[in-house]
Ligand binder design. Structure first.
Ligand code: AMP
Ligand code: TRP
Length: 343
């Protein structure tokens, strides 16, 4: 966690984040989320990481596919370095306190706040009348995920910033309405060179598992040939790479590939450009693809190994759910007392 990150002083630092098991993990998920989740285990904070299956079902999921994708996501977390002895790794639906606190938050949050969420607008599109009620309430459940643990820090990619602001709004309104500083005002942790990895085909669009073109993304399960081919075909401009970061202005595709290189190699963008400035893409792309294969192939082979051991995965997740419940239950109990439903 960076020096600049502040936490609400009354709360012990605790890290929470989640990913939807909605199928397929991309390089964006790895660099923007999982790699950073693993790094946060090394800072001495308690870390909880979750598969948010209740968020996934806000849009249709085939039941068998959801089961498989949830295990695959667990395998992705473990293969990316989440250590179940140092982090609590679990499935959202196994800890009922998330849904219970979400209901309270549905009664704290306002319709107008939800209507302003860009994810709601994007996902519901023109057909809002036909979108699920769960999709609309999605951010209140997300706030519950975080606040049921009194989590103080939430590492995510750039696209989740607005949802985390809403989490802060819900905590602030709850604390204000009930006259006590019960929930922390959570800090988003959006850091590093890869907070927004872009499509390989269009530097103005986020790399996403839902893009119809498979060539637009690197999947965490892609083999070396697929990775090399996608990078070779990635859109670029005709110029050589600049030697300084400001030379990437107005060059979104070049910026994206440099950011990916920086994040994969653990260097700053400036360091990368000192090394590769002046090189044409025909030289830089093979460097990038060697690096990507080098970093991703051990992860994809470990994922494949774990997927052959579903019992091992399920045992880790049950243990995680039990440990998560030990933290969540007293916080939910206290919430019910504050609201006047018990006590
Ligand atoms: P999702 O797959 O939408 O559940 O996202 C899981 C996590 O990955 C969130 O923290 C996202 O912000 C992050 N993420 C997803 N796509 C990208 C991307 N293209 N660049 C950076 N982070 C991403
Ligand atoms: N909305 C997040 C996404 O799509 C997933 C998520 C759900 C999450 N609950 C969370 C992320 C709590 C961080 C903290 O990426």
């Amino acid at each position: 966690m960076s020096e600049g990150v502040q936490s609400s002083p009354a709360f012990t630092p605790r890290v929470f984040s989640g990913i939807q098991p909605s199928g397929g993990l991309t390089l964006g998920n790895y660099l923007g989320a999982m790699k950073r989740f693993a790094e946060m285990q090394n800072h001495g904070f308690e870390t909880l990481y979750c598969m948010v299956d209740m968020h996934a079902i806000t849009v249709w999921q085939d039941p068998d596919a959801l089961r498989r994708q949830t295990r695959e996501l667990a395998a992705g977390y473990l293969a990316s370095g989440i250590d179940p002895s140092r982090s609590i790794l679990f499935k959202q639906s196994q800890v009922a306190e998330h849904a219970q606190l979400a209901w309270v938050f549905n009664c704290v949050a306002r319709m107008g706040w939800m209507k302003r969420m860009t994810q709601w607008k994007d996902k519901a599109g023109k057909n809002q009348e036909n979108a699920s009620l769960g999709l609309f309430a999605y951010p209140a459940l997300m706030a519950a995920d975080i606040l049921v643990y009194h989590a103080t820090h939430v590492p995510v990619g750039e696209d989740q910033k607005q949802h985390l602001e809403l989490t802060r709004d819900i905590a602030t309104k709850f604390n204000h309405d009930f006259g006590q500083e019960f929930f922390p005002i959570t800090e988003p942790v959006i850091e590093g060179a890869a907070t927004r990895v872009m499509s390989l085909r269009d530097g103005s669009k986020k790399m996403s598992k839902s893009d119809p073109s498979d060539a637009s993304r690197i999947n965490m399960t892609d083999n070396a040939d697929a990775i090399a081919q996608k990078i070779r075909k990635a859109k670029t401009d005709p110029d050589a790479l600049p030697s300084e970061a400001k030379g990437l202005d107005d060059r979104p595709e070049a910026r994206n590939l440099v950011n990916i290189y920086a994040a994969l190699s653990g260097q700053s963008v400036d360091d990368v450009l000192r090394e590769v400035g002046g090189k044409p893409f025909s030289e830089f792309k093979p460097m990038l693809s060697d690096l990507a294969v080098d970093k991703l192939s051990p992860i994809s082979s470990e994922m494949a190994r774990l997927m052959r051991q579903p019992d091992e995965i399920d045992a880790i997740l049950s243990d995680g759910a039990e440990r998560a419940r030990l933290i969540a239950a007293p916080i939910l109990k206290r919430t019910y007392e504050i609201v006047g439903m018990t006590g």
